[in-house]
Design a binder for this molecule. Sequence first.
Ligand SMILES: [Zn+2]
Length: 246
Amino acid sequence: MTEVADDLFFVRGMSSNWVIIGGSDTATLIDTGYPGDAELLDASVEAAGFKTCDVSSILVTHAHADHIGSAERYRREFGTRILALDTEVGHLKREFLEQVSPKTALPHLIKPRFARWMHMAVRKGHGLDDVTVAQAAAVPAEQPLPFPGAPIAIPTPGHTRGHAAYWFAEARILVSGDALITGHETSKRTGPQMLHTVFHHDEPGALRSLARFAGLDARLVLPGHGDVWSGDLTVAVNRMSEGVAA
Ligand SMILES: [Zn+2]
């Protein structure tokens, strides 16, 4: 866990990451890791100086099991509000599912990296558990939200149809979710990159969404997978759009 700015914590889970936004007496999460990250998630909230029942809201980048693994648990136990872009709310409620399945991953499992990822995702991550969120609400896009640091939800459809990144304009920090990552079990390298094609609902859309990050004067990128990154985001995004390693 790293405090990347005042009261803004970046936490690396077993595969995916989450962010804790500290407030005066409540905390807000961006994503929650896998179901199997539950203990680590709760411990990170406490290490940031809060009780788990102080988490009043969870902003969701997208409704995959490795990002909403504890959302429903918090909602039920602590009354936490679960928030996402309106286009992702139905995904949270599992009115539809745009997530890699063992079947679609199957042809890739001859690759050791994919086999190891699958083992982690299913066995340790409990990635096949039911993570349906019973109640969720929509946040408006492209305007400062009423949380410390005033994050702005940036629609970045492709990975899922309602994927959001969150931009902290004053701190110049981009929480990029899975629209841009910096490492993954299935990838050989680190640094800004796209997830493997099998993980995207709409890969051409995901590539188009990258352009939305060009021009953001980001000091730090906090990705959905991989380590925190600092560098010239516009250059990185342009290279990724051309299919060149950033
Ligand atoms: Zn993910």
